[in-house]
Design a protein around this ligand. Structure first.
Ligand SMILES: NC(=O)c1ccc[n+]([C@@H]2O[C@H](COP(=O)([O-])OP(=O)(O)OC[C@H]3O[C@@H](n4cnc5c(N)ncnc54)[C@H](O)[C@@H]3O)[C@@H](O)[C@H]2O)c1
Length: 371
């Protein structure tokens, strides 16, 4: 299915649905304050909270986590910033509250679907961390839940809000590098923190290609303007056998994606890189020039020393802050987010396509994951 058509069709449908539900927030929140709740305030959720507390016009009114330490730390931080959040350990109980406008969900990947669907069903605006779901079926359920919801649904692919990447992508989409011909990405950043066990359990995280690599994969899908046609990958555990105990996630893999018009995307992910070899790369090669997305640096073809930095508005702004600020703005205005359910589905399915190819050691077509 062509992603452009799909997205456009979905956009019209969503716009109509949102228009019908206008003023949900103002009905509940007379002074236009957006009352925010959090589910999951661990590593990511606590960073989201810190940034959310800087967004004008919000109040953090409730926080839920099953870890008492994480919960207390988050409640204390929000309280110190002038909020009065009530603590919860059962998210469904928290969702029963009518005076919550928006919910930020940053729990392990296997919990995304049930929590987001529950929040959407009771009319909340939802910011859910990436990836969308653990598998194609969950991803589809989330798209359907978002389509039928009163609130908006935004996914935490915050790099689309990063000023450098946004400027680079604008340049690509406006034809600055000519036709997009080739995409290259890698993520070599050492192993994940060993104390967080769910990261290493593929049934909970969806494996590293989904849980970790989905950001870069999302950017490349955005650059290509559509989903890949097929993928072939190879990967496994070469060094960290049973480290931490029970590990089922890969410590290295590589995937080649084929997009329409003969565009290839080559991606590798290594967890045993020595520090001197560590790094992240996101490059788009075109018929006239190539761009490094993370630095917004363009180099023209066949010209020596032609590297130049694109003009980047708000270059020093944090992408997570910008992503959350856009969520609050979208919730207020019932606007369709840049990172909506469908765009997140395409990006997450692209990770899942590569994962399936690696696990099954064969070329996998898009139609096999596009349920
Ligand atoms: N966008 C990004 O750059 C980024 C970065 C890191 C993580 N993430 C994503 O954020 C999510 C969370 O990752 P993390 O690194 O913060 O993991 P984490 O383990 O540090 O935090 C998860 C938190 O969820 C809590 N939790 C688990 N089950 C719960 C339940 N039933 N009810 C309430 N709370 C519950 C845990 O106690 C923990 O505090 C994942 O989806 C991950 O992929 C995104």
């Amino acid at each position: 299915m062509n992603n452009d058509n799909f997205t456009r069709r979905n956009f019209i449908r969503t716009s109509v649905a949102l228009a019908g539900s206008a003023a949900i927030l103002s009905a509940q929140s007379p002074n236009d304050t957006v009352r925010v709740a959090f589910i999951g305030v661990g590593n990511r959720g606590s960073y989201l909270l810190k940034n959310m507390l800087k967004v004008p016009g919000i109040k953090v009114v409730a926080i839920c986590d099953i870890d008492p330490e994480a919960l207390k730390k988050a409640v204390d931080e929000a309280t110190a910033a002038g909020n009065t959040p009530d603590p919860y350990t059962e998210y469904r109980k928290m969702l029963d509250r009518k005076d919550i406008d928006a919910v930020v969900i940053a729990t392990p990947v296997d919990l995304h679907k049930e929590m987001s669907v529950a929040a959407l069903e009771v009319g909340k605006n939802v910011y859910q961390e990436k990836p969308l779901g653990l598998n194609p079926e969950q991803s589809r359920m989330l798209v359907n839940a978002a389509k039928n919801a009163k609130g908006i649904f935004q996914v935490g692919f915050q790099l689309r809000h990063d000023p450098n990447r946004a400027a680079s992508m604008k340049f690509v989409h406006e034809g600055g590098i000519g036709d997009v011909l080739f995409l290259q990405g890698y993520r070599h950043t050492g192993d994940l923190p060993r104390q967080t066990l769910w990261y290493f359990d593929r049934t909970r995280s969806g494996d590293n290609i989904l849980e970790q690599a989905c950001h870069i994969i999302d950017l490349m899908v955005w650059a290509a303007g559509t989903h890949p046609l097929r993928a072939f990958g190879s990967g496994g555990i070469n060094l960290y056998h049973d480290i931490p105990p029970g590990r089922t996630t890969m410590d290295n893999y590589t995937v080649i994606y084929e997009f329409p018009k003969n565009v290839r995307f080559v991606f590798s992910h290594i967890y045993f890189d020595p520090p001197a070899f560590s790094g992240i790369k996101e490059r788009v090669f075109g018929s006239k020039a190539a761009v490094d997305l993370a630095t917004a640096t363009v180099t023209e073809l066949d010209k020596e020393s032609s590297a130049r930095k694109l003009e980047v508005p708000d270059a020093d702004q944090d992408s997570t802050y910008l992503s959350l600020a856009s969520f609050i703005d979208n919730a207020r205005g019932h606007k369709r987010p840049l990172n909506n359910a469908e765009s997140a589905r395409i990006s997450s399915l692209t990770s899942i396509l590569g994962r399936k190819s690696i696990y099954e050691r064969r070329v996998v077509d898009w139609s096999e994951v596009d349920v």
